[in-house]
Design a protein around this ligand. Structure first.
Ligand SMILES: [Ca+2]
Length: 136
């Protein structure tokens, strides 16, 4: 009769231990190596997703002559996602270049104290700061 409540009491510390372990894993990730971001184009939309543990410093510019768009994450690396449709490609180690015709630029900054700068017009810009003290 009294055995069943005892089983419940044992179960609670086990759950707390599991939660504590999860918190330790997250604390470890805060000091982890920066992860590369990913960029992909979907039609007239560019989506850039920052990697975890990376302080991003992103600038979006446009070449007035060709109409091409450039998104630079100064000093950070990124890759083009396999799902990208080919409108955007890697210009150099920290810059993605997209052909003209973009109407939406979406940037997900993830964790870290990130910054985002742009002076361009002609596309809707959506920036998700997420965790950190971001300057947008
Ligand atoms: Ca952030």
């Amino acid at each position: 009769m009294g055995f069943k409540p005892l089983r419940v009491a044992i179960g609670v510390p086990v759950l707390l231990a599991a939660w504590g372990g999860f918190a330790l894993v997250n604390a470890g990730q805060a000091g982890a190596s920066p992860m590369p971001g990913t960029a992909r184009s979907q039609g007239q939309r560019l989506i850039f997703e920052a990697g975890d543990s990376t302080v991003n410093n992103i600038t979006v510019t446009r070449d007035a002559g060709t109409g091409a768009w450039f998104l630079t994450d100064a000093g950070n690396t990124f890759s083009i996602a396999p799902t990208s449709d080919g409108n955007c490609f890697k210009h150099d180690s920290d810059t993605v270049r997209c052909a003209g015709g973009l109407t939406i630029i979406e940037v997900r900054l993830a964790d870290g104290n990130d910054s985002f700068h742009t002076g361009i017009t002609g596309a809707t810009t959506i920036v998700h700061g997420s965790d950190g003290d971001d300057v947008i």
